[in-house]
Design a protein around this ligand. Structure first.
Ligand code: HEC
Ligand code: HEC
Ligand code: HEC
Ligand code: HEC
Length: 339
């Protein structure tokens, strides 16, 4: 009897150990740590061979497109309805169209934005949206130091798809329960708040307007109740989204002993601050004005249009496309000028 119990216990132990090692949730060593801050502070980013491999696969570049031949006629002399790419030659213009078809058009290619019978016609709506996108891409490359080293192209956000994988809408307003308190979107874990339930929509006001992102009060006493509990909750939700968008920990930007202190923060926090200002600019000046163009199936639950957040470009990497610059090969889109 005793032997049977022993054998049974042995088999059970082996099976449990195998299950422990083979089921999800276990990270196999070695784990690599990259120290970000001053040594000794334990401000490190963790990764495994597997997580780096997954990131590498998710950031492959599209097939290159040959540079345009120099010289030739202006696009405006050849085509009827060119409003944005007026500075390009015919060859450069055609090259841009090839890029657009590969990066944004999806399976339909040119026809995603064109009536094949008449390429000059301003239909479907995707062609009009693309004009704004062309202006926006050039504006980012020209005016925002945030992307200065690598720049952006349509591919940074679209990756071959008409609709980028990461977009956001305003959350539906909380249901009013009469005299009962509303939960203000609290307790709904989702992809934006890092599955924490820190508010359903951590972006409204912060990334489509200029509300201050504050948790710590700047005074000892509650003088004017500057930051409410709701503000603090949403600020933390936004911080969770910053971390997941870039695939990093809070300590990539902060020294966690003093989150608000800029003196103790890493240089990346300053880059992130400029990123926040840039996203606000893009949503306010490019995405929101497109509202009238979107068909009903592109609108959010409160009728607003799609918007940009950090993940739209970053997609889980601290530098989009792992810092490889596609834009340097695309002077037509404002890339490469700074090199
Ligand atoms: C993602 C949208 C998009 C895709 C895909 C696209 N185009 Fe365009 N196309 C545009 C936009 C926007 C314009 C207008 C540019 C401007 O006003 O500066 C345009 C203009 C043109 C024009 C000028 C027409 C005229 O007479 O005014 C031609 C020709 C053209 N595209 C050809 C193509 C071809 C060929 C393809 C496929 C290889 C293609 N396009 C793919 C958005 C797109
Ligand atoms: C910073 C990120 C970003 C960049 C760069 C960008 N886009 Fe977009 N684009 C978006 C977002 C966000 C949407 C909204 C998605 C939706 O349609 O629901 C969008 C939508 C579109 C759509 C409409 C798709 C649809 O089916 O409704 C087209 C077409 C488009 N972009 C073309 C382009 C072109 C062409 C470029 C490069 C010149 C470009 N985009 C660069 C973020 C970007
Ligand atoms: C990519 C960089 C980055 C990451 C990652 C990040 N933060 Fe932040 N954080 C910032 C920036 C930039 C600000 C300042 C925003 C402003 O002032 O407009 C900020 C502000 C804050 C504040 C407000 C401080 C105050 O003065 O009231 C807190 C608290 C905070 N972060 C906590 C966190 C936590 C917790 C995490 C991890 C879940 C985190 N942050 C991840 C960049 C980052
Ligand atoms: C339009 C695309 C785009 C958007 C949107 C964007 N970024 Fe970036 N970001 C970039 C590019 C490109 C780089 C790489 C620049 C370089 O080559 O150094 C970068 C770099 C960074 C870095 C430096 C990373 C490092 O390893 O040093 C931080 C931090 C960062 N972004 C934070 C943010 C935050 C936070 C947001 C949202 C509030 C944001 N970014 C939104 C394009 C974008």
């Amino acid at each position: 009897m005793k032997n049977i119990v022993l054998i049974f216990a042995g088999v059970a132990a082996v099976l449990l150990t195998a299950a422990m090692l083979l089921t999800a949730g276990w990270t196999s060593p070695p784990i690599q740590t990259v120290q970000g801050g001053f040594r000794g502070l334990s401000i490190g980013q963790l990764s495994t061979k597997e997580s780096r491999h997954v990131l590498q696969l998710a950031n492959t570049l599209p097939d290159p497109i040959d540079p345009a031949e120099a010289g030739g006629k202006k696009a405006t002399d050849v085509y009827k309805n060119v409003q944005v790419l007026t500075d390009l030659t015919e060859a450069q213009f055609n090259r841009v169209m090839l890029g657009l078809a590969a990066w944004v058009g999806g399976e339909q290619g040119c026809n995603y934005c064109h009536n094949p019978e008449n390429l000059a016609e301003d239909k479907p709506y995707t062609k009009i949206v693309s004009r704004s996108m062309l202006k926006m891409t050039r504006h980012i490359n020209k005016d925002w130091s945030h992307v200065i080293k690598s720049g952006v192209t349509c591919y940074t956000c679209h990756r071959g798809n008409p609709v980028p994988a990461n977009i956001w809408f305003k959350g539906a307003p909380p249901k009013s329960g009469g005299f009962a308190a509303t939960n203000d979107g609290f307790g709904h874990p989702n992809a934006f708040n890092g599955s924490t339930g820190l508010g359903e929509d951590p972006f409204s006001g912060y990334l489509d307007a200029k509300e201050p992102i504050r948790v710590q009060s700047t005074q000892a006493l509650p003088v004017n109740f500057g930051s409410s509990i709701q503000d603090a909750t949403r600020s933390y939700g936004l911080m969770m989204s910053l971390s997941t968008s870039l695939g990093v920990n809070c300590t990539f930007c902060h020294n966690s002993r003093a989150f608000s202190s800029w003196e103790q923060a890493s240089p990346q926090r300053v880059t992130a601050w400029h990123g926040i200002q840039m996203v606000r600019d893009l949503n306010i000046n490019y995405m929101n004005p497109l509202l009238a163009q979107w068909p009903p199936n592109r609108l959010g639950p409160t009728g607003d249009g799609p918007k940009i957040n950090c993940a739209t470009c970053h997609q889980g990497a601290s530098k989009p496309l792992l810092g490889v610059s596609l834009a340097k090969d695309w002077p037509e889109l404002g890339g490469g000028a700074a090199h």
